[in-house]
Design a protein. Sequence first.
Length: 367
Amino acid sequence: MKITAIRLTRLKLPLDPPFNASWDPHPRRDFPATLVEVQTDSGLVGFGSGDTMDGFEAYEHLFLGTDPLQILNQVRRIETINFHGGRYWPLEAALWDIIGQVAGLPVSILFGGARDRLLAYASCGELKSPADRAESALAAKDRGFRAMKIRIARDRIEEGIAAVRAARNAVGDDFDLMVDLNQMWRMSGDIDAALPLARVQRIAAELSDLGVLWLEEPLPQADVVGAQRVRAQTGIQIAGGEMVRTIAELSALIEADAFDIYQPDVALSVGMYRARQVAESANLRHRMFTPHTWSNGLGLLANLHVAAGVDAGPYLEFPYDPPGWTPERRDFFLEPLDIDSTGHLLVPTAPGLGANIDHAAVKRYTV
Ligand SMILES: [Mg+2]
């Protein structure tokens, strides 16, 4: 089989009502999405999304005429580009979509087939007042979620901890709360200092007292010793690694026992094939893997297939913070993914990734 064309369609997310990623001191004002469509000489077509794919056109010729089924070679090809420029993992997702269709199986089966559904956690994207966050946590619990992750802005720590406390008081103890400090995360141009270790240790101690299940990215990526100290001092579980750029760096973090939970996003970090390697390495050491999924519905779907295949857990991230961030907005160019009444996200059973692309929406939102 040969790849005959790679079509990129750049889309603009509908932003009414507005979504304010105000946990980040340098928030993004737009949320571009790019749909990748891989066409083959067999007539099979695969779709992927997640990264913007900016600059990919210069490398497209490296893939045309190659075999989509030789997936390791395709992964290596994408890595050689990653070394110089962008991370084009949505292309890998589109290739797995084709491989699944050839096999007649959902991609999750090709990754291990451990589960056909995963518990999802509501992952918040906006800063809300303690009262509003408590209300949203209760609403999420009523909707079937069993867990929620709250972001705390590094320049509004006290307000953030108050929001976690209010949420805990509202939902009680039979609902998991996680917190993301996003200190491994940087928007381009953000050169502000990270919070110092001593401050993070105090924050972690307070969050541990509130029964927080994990603290995500408490420190910059290089501060592995700091992450280990926070964990040893407070007993809180540490999560991280969502945007780590290479499998070598992730392997080194696992070797150093940096975290309890490893979170490379298959659409943004090291791709799907390599994420399975991360999951297996982490699991062998009695550590967890559950990917970051914050891109769009097709990115979430690629993560769901890998996560279900490799038995990720304890929850899969489900970006959800209404009214600003809903399944309809997140998945604006496909049939939205949603949890069932027990808080599970079901893996589609159709061959490939099983996305139902809304071609009218693609047309409507093409830039
Ligand atoms: Mg995060």
